[in-house]
Design a binder for this molecule. Structure first.
Ligand code: BGC
Length: 706
C-alpha cells in the first residue's frame, strides 16, 4: 500500500477500531471459549473480549503454527469491517522450533555475529509459521542469580548485553533475506526498564535505583540496542522508582523516547495495565487505562482494559486522539512493511520445509559448542582421550531430552538429542551406557568403566519467568551423587545443565572437571558429546559471576570501589563466613588448547579527543587444537570525582586460532570509552590516569593518561 492509502484507511476507522489496533489478546479467545472457560480467565475484561470486538483487535499473542495462525487470520478477515490483518506476536527468545542455547548461554560466546545468525534463523522459522513480531531480545542487566529470568539475559555487563541485543535485533529485523517483507520479524526489546534489578531477585518485585545507576548501567543495554531501531519496546512488570513501568512517564517518555530517541511502538507486558490496580496507583480499570495511555504505553497486552475504557477517556480528554492516531498509523505502517495487506497468510508447505532445516540445526550445534564454559579441568581430564575405552554416563540429566530450557516456544523434546544419544553417536562402542542414578547402574558396569561423565544441575523448569529461588545450591541427592562418584577414584568430569549460575562452593573440591552447558537446546547432546570427546574445544567465557554461596548474590565484577577494600580483616568489604569474591568470575572460561599472550604494545600513552589508543598483543595457540580466543579489556579510572567500579569492561575480541597459529589482536579505546556519568549526571571524562587490564585482573598492562 502507498502511504496515502494508509492515511485513508486511518481516516475510515472509528475510535473503537483504533483502540482495537492498540489492543492485543491471546489467541485462545478466537477458539470460541465456553462460559466456563471464560470464567477461568480472571485477568480479562471478559465482556469486551468477545463477539464483534474480536474482529477489531490489532494483534494476537501466544499462537503458533501456520495452520492455527491462518485460521484466526481468516476468521478475523472474514468478520472485520476494514480487513486490516492481525499481527501475530510470540516469544521465541532462543529459537522457535530449532532451539538454540538459552540467551545466557549465547552470551558466553561473546560473539555478535553468531548471535545475529541465531536471530536470523529464528526469524526465518517464525515468519514461516506466520509470526510477525518476536518478544526478544531481553536486555535486562542481571546481577542476582536468584531471579529466574537471568536465563533470558546476556549477563551482568551492560555493554556486552547491549551489543548482543543489538545484534539480535539486526538478525530479526534485517535478516539477509529481504528484511521485514522477506523472512524478517519485528523485534520487541524488553523489559523496560531495569526488570533484572528486582529487589532480592524476587519475581515482579519493585525496583528502586538512582538515575545515575540506571543511565550508566541498567539503562545502557537498551540505549545501545535502540540504535538498531527495534520496532517495539515492551515495558516491565515492575515498579521503577515509585511508579509501575507501564505508567511511568519518566521511563517511557523522558528516557526511552526523549533521551534514547526511540520512535517505535511501546507495548505493555502481559496484563500489566490492569495490574496498576494491584500496585494501588489507580482504583479502577478506567483509571488504569488512562494512566498507562497518558504515560506512553501504546499497545495493551491481554486484558482488554484499553478497549473497554478508552472511548470514555478520550471523551474527557480529546487531545489524546492525536497520540492515538500517531500510534495507529505506525501500526498500519508496520503491517504494510511486513507485506500483510497483500499477503496476510503463512504458507504451510513452506513452514514444513523451513522448521528444523539443516542450516538451523548445524548453527544450533555450533552455538552450543561456543556457549559451553569449561569452568575447571584438573589434570586435563577433559577431553576424554582414546586412552579411556569404557565411558559411563550417570546422573539425572543423562538420558533426558528435556534440554531446551524455559521459553522453548515450539521446540519439542522429541526433537532434542539427549546426552545419551549424543555420546552413543560420538563414542560408539567406547560408550558403556547411561544411568540416571548411581544405584541403577549395575556394579559390573561401574567396575568396567574407566571414565565417568556425571550430569548435574538444575531442571529446566527451575528457571525462567516465575522461577525466583532462594537456594542456588545443588539438591542433596546430587551432592551425594558427586561424593559417591568421587569415591570410585575413577577419572571423571561433570557436565552441568542449568538456567543460571549455581552456588557450588560446597561441592567444587570433589569435582575435578566441570563443563557448564546451560540449557543447550535441540542439538545439545551431540554438541556436548563432541566437546567431551575433544572433536572441538569449549571456548566460552562467563558473562555472569558464579557465587560461592546463595546469600552472596547480587555479585558482579564491576562493583563500586569501597572505602574498605576487601582484605583478610573482617572490617572490610566482605562476609565473615564466606571467602571473598565469586567462585568463578565474570570472564572465566578455559579451553583444551594452550594459549599464550605476548608482545603487548600501546600506540600512545596519552589519549585525546582526536587520538585514540590502540592496545595490541599477540595470542598464540601453542597446541594442536583449533580454538577461539576471547580477550577482554578492562579499565580502571585511578581517581574520579564520583565513585566508579573497580573494573569496567570496555572492549573484547574473539578470534579463531588454528593449531599453532598466532594472531595479532588490536583493541582500540576512544576517549568516550573512558567517560562516565558524574553525580550531576553529566557525561564526562576526567583528566588523570587510567589503568588497562587484558584478561588478567591482577596486574595492569598499561597506564594511559588523559
Ligand atoms: C513476559 C514477557 C513475555 C510476555 C508474552 C510475560 O509474562 O514477562 O517477557 O514477552 O509474557 O508472552
Amino acid at each position: 500500500m502507498e502511504q496515502h492509502e494508509l492515511h485513508k484507511l486511518l481516516d475510515q476507522m472509528t475510535l473503537h477500531e483504533k483502540i482495537g489496533q492498540m489492543t492485543q489478546i491471546p489467541g485462545i479467545f478466537y477458539s470460541g471459549l465456553s462460559a466456563e472457560e471464560m470464567a477461568l480467565q480472571p485477568l480479562y475484561s471478559k465482556n469486551i473480549l468477545q463477539g464483534e470486538n474480536l474482529y477489531k483487535m490489532g494483534s494476537v499473542v501466544a499462537v503458533s503454527t501456520a495452520k492455527a495462525i491462518n485460521e484466526i487470520q481468516r476468521q478475523y478477515l472474514e468478520n472485520s469491517r476494514l480487513k486490516i490483518p492481525l499481527l501475530f506476536m510470540h516469544d521465541a527468545i532462543h529459537g522457535y522450533k530449532t532451539i538454540f542455547p538459552i540467551p545466557l548461554g549465547l552470551s558466553c560466546t561473546w560473539d555478535e555475529d553468531l548471535v545475529r545468525d541465531v536471530a536470523t534463523e529464528t526469524a526465518k522459522e517464525l515468519r514461516a509459521a506466520g509470526i510477525h513480531v518476536n518478544f526478544s531480545p531481553m536486555v535486562d542487566l542481571v546481577r542476582d542469580a536468584r531471579w529466574g529470568r537471568v536465563m533470558e539475559s546476556f549477563g551482568e555487563d551492560h555493554l556486552l548485553t547491549g551489543k548482543l541485543g543489538a545484534a539480535m535485533i539486526n538478525g530479526y529485523q534485517n535478516a539477509p533475506n529481504g528484511g521485514l517483507n522477506g523472512s524478517g520479524v519485528a523485534a520487541a526489546l524488553k523489559h523496560f526498564g531495569a526488570c533484572g534489578a528486582a529487589v532480592a531477585g524476587k519475581e515482579y518485585n519493585t525496583v528502586d535505583m538512582s538515575r545515575r545507576e540506571f543511565l550508566d548501567y541498567y539503562g545502557k543495554p537498551y540505549e545501545i540496542a535502540i540504535e538498531e531501531e527495534p520496532k517495539f519496546v515492551m515495558s516491565a512488570f515492575n515498579a521503577f522508582n515509585g511508579m509501575p513501568a507501564t505508567a511511568n512517564e519518566e521511563l517511557m517518555n523522558d528516557i526511552l523516547r526523549e533521551r534514547y530517541g526511540f520512535e517505535g511502538i511501546t507495548i505493555s507486558d502481559w496484563g500489566s495495565v490492569i495490574e496498576l490496580i494491584n500496585h494501588r496507583v489507580v482504583a479502577n480499570p478506567q483509571e488504569a487505562a488512562a494512566l498507562a495511555l497518558k504515560s506512553g504505553t501504546d499497545i495493551e497486552m491481554s486484558s482488554g482494559t484499553y478497549l473497554e475504557n478508552c472511548e470514555a477517556i478520550i471523551a474527557e480528554d480529546p487531545d489524546l486522539l492525536h497520540y492515538i492516531n500517531e500510534v495507529v498509523l505506525k501500526l498500519l505502517e508496520l503491517k504494510n512493511e511486513l507485506g500483510l495487506f497483500e499477503n496476510p497468510f503463512a504458507d504451510e508447505v513452506y513452514e514444513s520445509e523451513v522448521l528444523l532445516n539443516q542450516n538451523a540445526l548445524s548453527l544450533a550445534k555450533e552455538t552450543v559448542k561456543q556457549s559451553c564454559v569449561l569452568l575447571k579441568n584438573n589434570r586435563n581430564l577433559l577431553p576424554i582421550t582414546d586412552h579411556y575405552q569404557n565411558v559411563l554416563l550417570i546422573g539425572p540429566f543423562a538420558k533426558t531430552q528435556e534440554l531446551l530450557g524455559a521459553w522453548r516456544c515450539e521446540g519439542k523434546f522429541e526433537d532434542v538429542v539427549s546426552l545419551e544419544q549424543g555420546m552413543q553417536e560420538v563414542f560408539g562402542n567406547r560408550f558403556l551406557g547411561a544411568y540416571e542414578t548411581y544405584d541403577n547402574c549395575p556394579l559390573d558396569v561401574v567396575a568396567k568403566a574407566d571414565y565417568i561423565v556425571l550430569t548435574i544441575g538444575e531442571y529446566w523448569d527451575k528457571s525462567g519467568e516465575g522461577r525466583s529461588s532462594v537456594n542456588l545450591e545443588l539438591c542433596d541427592a546430587q551432592k551425594e551423587l558427586i561424593k559417591t562418584v568421587n569415591k570410585t577414584n575413577k577419572p571423571y568430569a561433570c557436565v552441568a545443565f542449568a538456567g543460571r549460575p549455581l552456588a557450588l562452593q560446597s561441592v567444587i573440591d570433589d569435582i575435578p572437571a566441570l563443563l557448564w552447558a546451560w540449557y543447550p537446546g535441540t542439538q545439545g547432546g551431540v554438541a556436548i558429546a563432541e566437546l567431551l570427546a575433544g572433536h572441538d574445544t569449549p571456548s566460552g567465557k562467563l558473562t555472569m559471576s558464579f557465587p560461592r554461596a546463595s546469600a552472596q548474590v547480587p555479585i558482579y565484577y564491576n562493583e563500586f570501589s569501597s572505602g574498605r577494600p576487601t582484605s583478610s580483616s573482617p572490617y572490610t568489604n566482605r562476609y565473615q563466613d564466606c571467602e571473598p569474591g565469586p567462585l568463578f568470575p565474570f570472564g572465566h572460561g578455559l579451553t583444551y588448547a594452550k594459549l599464550e599472550y605476548s608482545d603487548f604494545e600501546i600506540s600512545n600513552p596519552v589519549i585525546t579527543a582526536d587520538k585514540s589508543v590502540v592496545i595490541s598483543f599477540t595470542v598464540e595457540n601453542k597446541s594442536e587444537i583449533t580454538t577461539s580466543d576471547i580477550s577482554i579489556l578492562y579499565i580502571k579510572d585511578v581517581i574520579s570525582q564520583a565513585i566508579r567500579p573497580v573494573r569496567e569492561m570496555k572492549k573484547w575480541s574473539k578470534v579463531k586460532l588454528e593449531p599453532f597459529e598466532r594472531k595479532r589482536i588490536e583493541l582500540e579505546l576512544e576517549l568516550d570509552d573512558l567517560s562516565y556519568l558524574n553525580v550531576k549526571l553529566e557525561q564526562v571524562v576526567e583528566p588523570g590516569e587510567f589503568k588497562i587490564f587484558i584478561n588478567d585482573l591482577s596486574q595492569a598492562k598499561f597506564t594511559i593518561n588523559y
